[in-house]
Design a protein around this ligand. Sequence first.
Ligand SMILES: Nc1ncnc2c1ncn2[C@@H]1O[C@H](COP(=O)(O)OP(=O)(O)OP(=O)(O)O)[C@@H](O)[C@H]1O
Length: 230
Amino acid sequence: MTDKPKIPAIELKQLRFFYQPDSWQLYLPGLRLDAGEHLFVRGASGSGKTTLLNLLSGIARPVSGELYINGQPLHQLSSSKRDTLRAQHIGVVFQQLNLIPYLSVLDNTLLSAHFAGKHQAESRARARELLSRLGLPATLQQSRASALSVGQQQRVAIARALLPKPTLLIADEPTSALDTDNRDAFMRVMLAEADANGCTVIFVSHDQSLLQYFHRQLDMQKLAQGVQPC
Ligand SMILES: Nc1ncnc2c1ncn2[C@@H]1O[C@H](COP(=O)(O)OP(=O)(O)OP(=O)(O)O)[C@@H](O)[C@H]1O
């Protein structure tokens, strides 16, 4: 008996994207990542890291080529189907964090579970626990998001992304405002959660010291030449 071939967490083929036809273009010959892998993405400013994350999370749609997430053809899905796939399977931490300023830390965290259709009471207990592990104690969990420092907001954003146990976690410079201790705690919680749930991680950062936490690394300029992560 032969084993069934494993479905990659991410597979892209001859992917092309531009914002306007006559401006900057991204062309990626190919990339394949197995489920549970943790990938560190680096590259010069403007090389297309955020654009790649927007494509992988279905926020942007390729102009041509193929893009599969857990075997689902993202390039063929409508905008609303991509939104559903993202809500149910993909955790995203944007550079801008996108917290709702007038909601509490806890309610901001719970939003992802709400959109993923998860049970609210269980999610609330898990959200409190995740926030505590990230160094945001119970008193702070009731504060409005607008009252937090950027570093505290980054920790809320990762808690929100992890809460529904996504199969893919995508994070764009999520530790840029953290001091060393909080940054290390952030990395430990994020990767322990990812490992516990078999979650694939794509993490963009300019901070080379974080490379030690990842299985593989990827340079955007090299990826555009067809070189695979190492
Ligand atoms: N909404 C947009 N409309 C038009 N061009 C854009 C848009 N967003 C990004 N670009 C352009 O696309 C290119 C890639 O940008 P992107 O943000 O993906 O790079 P990056 O590698 O993430 O950069 P950084 O490290 O500075 O965050 C840049 O030339 C940028 O000017």
